[in-house]
Write a protein that binds this ligand. Structure first.
Ligand SMILES: Nc1ncnc2c1ncn2[C@@H]1O[C@H](COP(=O)(O)OP(=O)(O)OP(=O)(O)O)[C@@H](O)[C@H]1O
Length: 250
């Protein structure tokens, strides 16, 4: 197997990505040169101590913030080169986002929530497409439930369906299990693994939880704004979980 960072045709590539907040004499180097490539179908977990730059990396890849230096390419296109409208369209059609707190709209039901990016994009078949994904994530019997009628795990499934509704190439998930109990968190991790392995999307997930990270097929470890390790877990997930268990991490 080639090293995880030498793969061809990445869906996303960052090159020497730098993000500095604040100004002299007190700059914060959130990212200090991060180069990362992720290919379609790959489930990548990003871990590292609080403040090491994980969320900043996801935000820059998602076009939610701009780098101080370096570049982000999605489908080989440098996103900094895109006019605002084109970046918005690219984000809406090629990227899906899953957040810790689900970010569902309380007055909308599961179908309407999952359909939202399609509705915003003017798609005529928004509800039908959303329902296809809701069935895929196991919510076929909850299509018209509102968020307050769903468990946390079910709400996060709606958020995953919403992220997938526009048929994105890359799903960005920032602490997707951070607000869930252990069993629901495991279900979401398994779902994200399926999103990558069976549905062919790239998934880039930030997590603090080694057990959740063990469902990924690649583990990127960050420290002080840099990648310090990049490990393939593919085919060795059970072994990784066992090792973490023995180390008292699970
Ligand atoms: N908008 C901002 N303004 C100033 N500093 C910021 C801003 N956003 C992030 N930082 C700083 O950049 C560094 C990296 O933050 P980031 O949120 O990316 O870390 P993280 O690894 O995701 O942390 P956590 O695990 O606690 O969520 C931190 O020192 C943080 O305080």
């Amino acid at each position: 197997m080639p090293p995880p960072d030498t793969i061809e045709r990445p869906i996303v590539e960052t090159v020497e990505l730098v993000k500095t907040y604040g100004i002299e004499p007190n700059p914060v180097h959130a990212l200090a040169g991060v180069s990362l490539r992720v290919r379609p179908g790959q489930f990548v977990a990003v871990m590292g101590p609080s403040g090491c730059g994980k969320s900043t990396l996801l935000n820059l890849i998602g076009g939610l913030d701009t780098p101080t230096a370096g570049r982000v390419a999605i489908d080989g296109i440098d996103i900094a080169s895109l006019p605002d409208d084109d970046l918005t369209t690219l984000r809406r059609r090629r990227l899906g986002f899953v957040f810790q707190f689900f970010n569902l709209i309380p007055v909308l039901d599961a179908t309407e929530n999952a359909a939202l990016p399609l509705t915003l994009d003017g798609a005529p078949d928004a509800a039908a497409r959303a329902q296809t994904w809701l069935r895929q994530v196991g919510l076929g019997d909850r299509l018209t439930h509102r968020p307050d009628q769903l468990s946390g795990g079910q709400q996060q499934r709606v958020a995953v369906a919403r992220a997938l509704a526009t048929d994105p190439a890359l799903v960005l998930a920032d602490e997707p299990t951070g607000n869930l109990d252990s069993a629901s968190g495991t279900e979401i991790a398994e779902l994200l693994a399926t999103v990558a392995s069976e549905w062919g999307r790239a998934v880039l997930m930030v997590t603090h939880d080694p057990r959740i990270a063990s469902y990924a097929d690649r583990l990127v470890l960050m420290r002080d704004g840099r990648i310090v390790d990049d490990l393939a877990l593919d085919g060795r997930r059970e072994a990784a979980r066992d090792a973490m268990d023995r180390a008292g991490m699970l």
